[in-house]
Write a new protein. Structure first.
Length: 392
């Protein structure tokens, strides 16, 4: 996370210096980033909720600071639009994601985190006395964070290997490896999202190829289930065994609490992040008979947006994504005048679908590492909308 923050700061400073070096931008070149209207509307609703919400001044300042990710989107857009005329950044992404992938493979089979030598037990079921899988699932931070980020890049490299560089098979293999790593995180949402992303990207060839790709991923899931004890127990605890602490029970109670927060504050919600601060109050009141209680954020992006920003914020959030998906749909149907690369539109369509599927059971839009990567892909799309002499 520190590396991402450092990158964001240096990028913003660099873009500002480049603009100054060019002595500003001619009036004919001035433009606002695409999708700015729903983003601005959403930010204003969030700001109003923060100011009016029940939180300390320090907490309110922290919540306002989290909105900086939208500024990063604008910085990245201007960088891609004015200073990047090719796809050289793909090479950087390939090397970076490959390095993390290799480390992730080692970390999956050897429960050792070389950055934290003592190891890190990041999930409740990964504990010594119950022997449920590796001590560390995923890479660097958390298995859900890892799955949300890498599924975005999986769609990108699958599309690159299938359509943009079909002769370079290692790109396709790299995308397949990232999909496997998402499955290995043992994120239940990723088990559902990964086949969907693969099917969407592969269907760009034909519906038949899409169905074959979908069947292949399901086959991989079955093989992993048959050979991975941790996967088996994770699946059984969720869908077969009645274990109130490890199955969907805790999330369900949080979801019900979010709904009650929304009903009491339907217009602006309880305020950004305030649902997490008030979770104990609501869960304890709604479920006094439950001994093992689970608190925290909503573990669902739609419910988190609804409970913290109300109908106004939820409407703006939907508006933003409707514009994004509408742009991608037009590009794929080739009915737009915007010069959006077809393969890139397909990759983003698959990646964003995967993001939303995982967001049904996780607050991934509020995960800082995920948000950094999400706004990067927003900026890539936005730069394509206003393409400037880009070399194919």
């Amino acid at each position: 996370m520190s590396g991402m923050e450092l990158f964001s700061t240096l990028l913003a400073f660099s873009v500002l210096c480049l603009l100054i070096a060019r002595k500003g931008i001619r009036s004919t070149e001035k433009l606002l980033p695409p999708f700015w209207k729903p983003m601005l509307a959403f930010l204003l609703v969030v700001l109003a909720g923060i100011i009016l919400g029940e939180a300390t001044v320090r907490e309110k300042l922290y919540d306002i600071g989290r909105m900086r990710f939208f500024l990063l989107y604008a910085v990245l857009f201007y960088y891609f639009h004015y200073f990047s005329d090719n796809y050289g950044w793909l090479k950087v992404l390939f090397v970076t994601t490959l390095f993390v992938a290799v480390y992730g493979i080692c970390q999956h089979f050897i429960p050792l985190d070389i950055f934290r030598p003592a190891g890190k037990k990041i999930v409740l079921y990964a504990i010594d006395d119950q022997k449920l899988g590796s001590l560390v699932l995923g890479t660097f931070n958390h298995h859900l964070t890892f799955a949300n980020i890498y599924l975005l890049y999986a769609g990108l490299f699958l599309a690159l290997g299938l359509f943009y560089f079909p002769a370079k098979k290692w790109l396709l293999l790299h995308g397949a490896l990232l999909c496997l790593l998402c499955i290995w995180t043992e994120s239940r949402a990723a088990w559902i999202a990964t086949p969907v992303v693969v099917a969407i990207v592969a269907s760009g060839k034909s519906k038949k190829v899409g169905l074959i790709a979908l069947a292949s991923v399901i086959g991989v899931l079955l093989v992993v289930y048959a050979t991975d004890k941790g996967f088996q127990q994770r699946f059984q605890r969720t869908f077969i065994q009645q274990d109130d602490f490890y199955n969907l029970g805790p999330r369900t109670r949080l979801w019900i609490a979010q709904w009650h927060m929304f009903k009491q504050h339907p217009i602006l919600g309880v305020g950004w992040n305030n649902n997490e601060r008030q979770a104990k109050q609501y869960v304890d009141k709604l479920f006094p008979e439950i001994r093992e209680r689970f608190y925290g954020h909503a573990h669902s992006t739609p419910l988190q947006i609804l409970s913290t920003t109300g109908l106004l914020g939820f409407g703006c959030y939907l508006w933003l994504w409707v514009e994004i998906f509408s742009t991608l749909s037009q590009a794929l149907r080739k009915i737009t005048k915007r010069k959006i690369e077809w393969w890139l539109a397909l990759a983003l369509l698959g990646g964003f679908f995967g993001f939303h599927i995982q967001g049904l059971t996780q607050w991934n839009f509020g995960d800082a590492e995920v948000t950094h990567n999400l706004v990067f892909f927003w900026a890539v799309l936005a730069a394509q909308v206003h393409v400037r002499n880009r070399t194919p």
